[in-house]
Design a protein around this ligand. Structure first.
Ligand code: FAD
Length: 197
């Protein structure tokens, strides 16, 4: 086998992104993936069918006195969990990076939101996020989303009405799902379970 510069274990969102960026920078990258190769044709609108996207490896449990199974949070094969996640791509708040100095909780973060901000902007351009940055008034400062929000259906309208009655505001979620055609990828047709890719 040819020599490689980097070996990455796991082809989930983190491993795949790292591999793409390293190979764009001229590195030879090898990804070792324990799961099957998942194809576009596996993204089928059915919860039952979608089970094949989910974890099929050995059972995993948390440690401690009362371990619980964490299989829900797992995926395997090319794309890993991202193949069946809900694609809600929120930014961390400015305060999240300052929990220690503000509230005396957790550890001191070595980076601030301002340092991470250009990368949030870059990734939302590369991947494409649908949302409404103006409506989402609690969102930390950054570039507006490259696509308008997804449609809101009756269920969402009812929840919105309930919140309004309580004097609370709502906003569309920022999601890595196309509301319009973006970068050569078609718009969502609102048919299917996010759970099924
Ligand atoms: C149902 C669901 C909904 C979610 N919704 C959201 C959401 O809306 N927004 C959000 O931000 N996050 C969401 N998440 C979480 C998010 O999807 C994950 O945190 C993220 O995709 C994890 O990516 P990762 O690359 O770190 O790990 P993974 O995707 O878990 O990748 C790890 C990869 O390593 C492989 N692997 C494991 N062990 C080995 C081994 N020994 N050798 C070789 N390969 C191995 C696995 O097969 C897998 O492909 C959701 C998760 C789930 C399950």
């Amino acid at each position: 086998m040819d020599k490689v510069d980097v070996v990455i274990v796991g082809s989930g969102a983190s491993g795949s992104l790292l591999a793409a960026k390293l190979s764009q920078a001229g590195k030879k990258v090898l990804i070792l993936e324990a799961g099957p190769e998942l194809k576009m044709s596996y993204l089928y609108s059915s919860q039952i069918w979608a089970r094949r996207l989910k974890w099929g490896g050995p059972a995993t449990e948390t440690g401690g006195k009362d371990p619980i199974s964490v299989a829900f949070n797992q995926g395997w094969g090319s794309g890993g969990v991202a193949m069946h996640h809900y694609a809600v791509w929120l930014r961390l708040y400015i305060e999240d990076f300052e929990m220690k100095s503000r509230f005396g909780r957790g550890l001191k973060w070595p980076i601030s939101y301002e340092e991470l901000r250009p990368f949030y902007d870059q990734i939302q351009r590369e991947v494409g996020i649908s949302g409404d940055a103006k409506e989402e008034v609690w969102r930390p400062v950054g570039e507006p989303y490259p696509m308008p929000p997804l449609q809101i259906f009756n269920q969402g309208r009812i929840i919105e009405g309930g919140f309004k009655k309580l004097g609370l505001r709502t906003s569309s979620l920022p999601v890595a799902i196309n509301s319009i055609e973006y970068n050569g990828r078609p718009a969502c047709i609102y048919d299917g379970w996010c759970d099924a890719g």
